[in-house]
Design a protein around this ligand. Structure first.
Ligand code: SF4
Length: 532
């Protein structure tokens, strides 16, 4: 029951000097002369979620929520709250519409409208201390799987859950695992498991925050998956731009090995499994499965034709299960609460929750986790607090650079795998960029095309030349050059790129252009007409 003073050390709060806030709080606690037996613990955690209001300080138990805290607030927090049990009013959250003070995490709509399954412990657990994870129930699902379930029963539970891959394609995880087991049975020899931690979409930071803020959750899910598949070696492919994630994962593995949770004879069960971290070198295309495998194998990270599925021939030609960070992180929850429970969250063909990074022209920038199928407007307007100034949002880009821009009129679109595809966009890994009436949609499409042009590996012509040509055409439109015929040519080119590209980067590159033309075609015409 020790009082904990949680100081968020997620990306947003770190950028606003949360370590200085933590040091100032520790100093103030020392100076307050509190009895050593009741001295509060200052705890640095991963991202608490509400990044735009950081640095955040949360006092537990009770969940008092202090926002935009600076080191000079530390003495007031200690003297008023920790010593006298009163709140520091100026640091509390105020409802922007009513000015009502909402003093605790549970009072704030940003939090209480979410359903945190994967993010349950992030922002509360110390990611550098395995004992803190164990105290919050970490690794219980692993013990349950190892000692009360057969590998087959674990696979069945994941199948029952309906969990679909959170990395973009939404392929059913249980079916993928089943495919790898069938290939293993046919071929004999080892099967590999791989974490895709190469999150590279502009505006996406979900997986990075899971790895930084709750590395043991990912590791636990990964070990359970390895047990189900009979894998003895796993690889975590993490982008080099995430040094804190790599640091926390490395530490988590070291601590897990010391406690017998990783390595030989895990918890005395006779199951052996170990993990190696591979750092990506900054190429967006290495998030693509075949490029990721060749990169781990030590070769240039370029996609290759997928004549055979990676569950049959993946890493070193062996059956391989590749899932992204969030997918693996869901596995302990599926084992803990059961596949039926998981299948009951969300909507029938998109079960469970999804983590989004909500960025752009929105009041509450940060990490959001909601059941699949909630309407877009709930995420942007209710949880996200809408666009600053009370304006309507103009568009929301979902699915990263390969996704699409949905207009305000589609605010009721359920956010799930199938509904987003039907609307012309996609779920992607969970980046969500909000735009307002100051954003030119031709410029938005140009931005994503330029990103993909730079990240194209250049191996196949439709992507290498086609994406560049599309970007050049958009450059012309933005300068008032072009004709209505060019718009038709742009559509034909987009189709050729979609049909002829070797991998998903090229195959989906035209999406932002096509959706902006579909929903904001008038803006393209205005650019052209302005030249007259
Ligand atoms: Fe490389 Fe683009 Fe072809 Fe993919 S589609 S292989 S990124 S050139």
């Amino acid at each position: 029951n020790q009082t904990q003073v949680i100081v968020c050390h997620g990306k947003g709060c770190l950028a606003n000097n949360s370590p200085d806030v933590a040091s100032a709080l520790e100093k103030a606690i020392e100076g307050a002369g509190l009895d050593a037996n009741v001295k509060p613990l200052v705890k640095a955690t991963g991202c608490h979620g509400c990044c735009s209001r950081g640095p955040l300080v949360i006092i537990e138990p009770g969940g008092i929520f202090y926002q935009k805290v600076s080191p000079k607030d530390a003495e007031d927090i200690v003297n008023q709250t920790l010593v006298n049990g009163e709140k520091v009013e100026r640091l509390l959250y105020k409802d922007p519409d009513t000015d009502e003070i909402l003093p605790t995490v549970d009072d704030i709509p940003y939090y209480n409208m979410q359903e945190r399954v994967v993010l349950r412990d992030i922002g509360y657990v110390d990611p550098t201390d395995i004992n803190d994870t164990l105290a919050r129930g970490g690794y219980k699902s692993l013990a349950k799987a190892l000692f009360t379930m057969t590998p087959e029963e674990v696979v069945q539970e994941v199948e029952k859950s309906g969990l679909r891959g959170r990395g973009g394609a939404g392929f059913p995880t249980g079916r993928k695992w089943r495919g790898a087991l069938a290939a293993k049975e046919k071929k004999g020899g080892p099967v590999y498991v791989v974490v895709n931690g190469d999150e590279g979409d502009p505006g996406a930071f979900m997986d990075g925050n899971i790895m930084e803020g709750d590395p043991h959750l990912l590791l636990e899910g990964f070990i359970i998956g390895a047990y189900a598949l009979g894998a003895e070696q796993g690889y975590m492919y993490v982008r080099a731009e995430y040094p804190l994630a790599i640091k926390h994962l490395s530490l988590a593995m070291e601590q897990a090995r010391e406690l017998g949770l990783l390595g030989e004879n895990i918890l005395g069960s006779g199951f052996n499994f170990d993990v190696q971290i591979n750092r990506g070198a900054g190429a967006f295309v290495c998030g693509e499965s075949t490029a990721l495998f060749t990169s781990i194998e030590g070769r240039a990270g370029e996609p290759r034709p997928k004549y055979v599925r990676s569950v049959e021939e993946g890493l070193w030609g062996r059956p391989t299960v590749l899932n992204n960070v969030e997918t693996w992180a869901n596995v302990p929850r599926v084992i803990e609460k059961g596949g039926d429970w998981f299948a009951g969250v969300g909507v029938p063909h998109s079960t469970g929750t999804k983590v989004f990074s909500l960025v752009g022209k929105v009041n509450n920038v940060g990490l959001v986790e909601v059941p699949m199928g909630v309407p877009l407007k709930k995420i942007v307007e209710e949880i996200g607090g809408g666009v600053p100034g009370g304006k309507k949002f103009k568009a929301v880009q979902t699915g990263g650079p390969s996704g699409g821009c949905l207009p305000y009129d589609m605010k009721d679109t359920p956010v799930d795998f199938d509904s987003l595809i039907k609307a012309g966009s996609m779920m992607g890994s969970g980046g969500m960029i909000v735009m307002d009436d100051r954003d030119c949609m031709v410029d938005v499409a140009r931005y994503f095309l330029r990103f993909l042009e730079e990240e194209s590996c250049g191996k196949c012509i439709p992507c290498r030349l086609g994406v560049t040509r599309m970007r050049e055409m958009l450059d012309d439109f933005s300068q008032g050059k072009g004709s209505a015929q060019d718009l038709e040519d742009l559509k034909s080119l987009a189709k050729a790129i979609q049909d002829g590209s070797l991998c998903a980067l090229g195959g989906s590159a035209p999406n932002p252009v096509l959706t902006t033309m579909q929903y904001f075609g008038q803006e393209y015409l205005e650019h052209i007409e302005n030249q007259k």
